[in-house]
Every structure is written in structure tokens, then in C-alpha cells.
Ligand binder design. Structure first.
Ligand code: URA
Length: 224
């Protein structure tokens, strides 16, 4: 069924209070993930598209039980047009399998769907999306949740967790807990895989990895 959902989003929190209200509409014309992904290619709801190669929409089986939400696509994701295909993504996929989660049950997406970066020499370095950019992209994430109706949503890192669970949510305090939320029957937040890869030393990397795997095993243990 094609249904029209109109989401009103404010474009930029900073300018919202200074200037007259700037409101943009994103008409989401479908509950079909493939159609949503196509529509999102033309998204101009914030300025991130200007320096990105393409929109990197979520991917996975349309009947996937588990939705994992990251922050923003990285350099490789931007170039290839697929979520979680760079180093953090490869690590995530390996740990999901190690935890006993079949990738065919998983849908991978991000809170923000265009790569945000700054140049450092010849490299493009990831930048954290602003609150305004997260808000501008939220209708796409909402639409993915409505279309997929996942049984389990896992927020990877603070950006995803605060986007879906509120700005006061602290992953450091509540990682690995099952949370009450209307977005899905089971909701959990855990550390972002790239934070594990960036751990300051081998001991903390191993400790973070153990906890991450533990969190994923809790997800794997949920039965229909
Ligand atoms: N990190 C993310 O949060 N998302 C990706 O798609 C890749 C890396």
C-alpha cells in the first residue's frame, strides 16, 4: 500500500531561533524500503549531500528481525553506497556472526545517511553530525522502522541511542540493558564498533570487545 506520510522537520536548530522559521517537508511516499531508499537519494533536507558521493540508506532483508542503527556512513560507505562496509562494518559483521546472529536477519542503517567529513591532507576524516543534521534525517529512520517493524533495535553508540532514546540517554550507563521503548519490542544500546577499533590500548580494546560480544549474544538469545 502506498501511503503518504508528511514529516515536518526544522532544518537547523541553530538558525531556528535566530531567523524566521525554516521548515522543510520530506514527503515519504512509501512503506517499501526499496522505494524509500530511492527517494532518499534525492534528499536535500540538510547540506550534507553537497560533500557526499551519495545517500547511504539502510540495507538488509525486508523481513529482518534485527535493526542495527549506527551514526553516519564513513568514507568507504560513501564511496560504495552501502552501510557498514568499511573497517568498523567488517568488524561489526564478524562479531554478529561470532555471537550467533545470522546476517540475513539483520538490517543495518544509520541515524544520518550522508557522510560528513573534513579534509586532512588527502584523507576525508569523519565528523560527528550536528543535532540539526540528525533531526533533518530522522524522518528516514522513522520510515525505516515503520516499514521494517523490527523485533529488536540495537543502537550502536551515543548518536544512535540519543536519536532514538532521547538526548539524556547515556550508553556508558545503560549499555547492554533491554530498554522499554515504543519503537520496538526489544531495544538495546551498546558501544559503536569504531570506538572498539579506536581503543587507546590493547587491554581496553579486549575488554570493550568482550562486552560488545556479550551484548550481541543477549540479542542472539531472544527467540520469537
Ligand atoms: N559507522 C557507522 O556508524 N555507520 C556506517 O555505516 C559505517 C561506520
Amino acid at each position: 500500500m502506498v501511503r503518504k506520510i508528511t514529516n515536518t522537520v526544522t532544518r537547523n536548530r541553530a538558525t531556528r531561533f535566530k531567523k524566521a522559521r525554516q521548515v522543510r517537508e520530506i514527503p515519504l511516499l512509501s512503506h517499501d524500503l526499496t522505494e524509500l531508499a530511492q527517494d532518499a537519494q534525492n534528499c536535500r533536507n540538510c547540506d550534507l549531500w553537497r560533500n557526499a558521493t551519495q545517500t547511504v540508506f539502510g540495507e538488509g532483508a525486508p523481513d529482518a528481525r534485527i535493526m542495527l542503527v549506527g551514526e553516519v556512513p564513513g568514507d568507504q560507505e560513501d564511496l560504495q553506497g552501502h552501510p557498514f562496509v568499511g573497517p568498523a562494518g567488517r568488524y561489526l559483521r564478524a562479531k554478529l556472526q561470532e555471537a550467533g546472529i545470522d546476517l540475513k536477519h539483520v538490517y543495518l542503517t544509520n541515524a544520518v545517511k550522508h557522510f560528513k567529513w573534513e579534509p586532512r591532507g588527502r584523507r576525508r576524516i569523519h565528523k560527528k553530525p550536528s543535532a540539526g543534521e540528525i533531526t533533518a534525517c530522522r524522518p528516514w529512520l522513522n520510515a525505516e522502522i515503520v516499514a521494517l517493524k523490527p523485533e529488536i533495535i540495537v543502537c550502536l553508540g551515543a548518536t544512535a541511542a540519543q536519536t532514538l532514546l532521547g538526548r539524556d540517554f547515556r550508553v556508558t550507563l545503560h549499555r547492554g540493558e533491554f530498554l522499554q521503548s515504543s519503537i520496538a519490542p526489544h531495544v538495546m544500546a551498546t558501544i559503536h564498533p569504531s570506538a572498539i577499533l579506536r581503543a587507546p590500548d590493547e587491554n581496553s580494546r579486549q575488554q570493550q570487545e568482550r562486552q560488545f560480544l556479550n551484548d550481541l549474544k543477549k540479542i542472539a538469545s531472544i527467540r520469537h
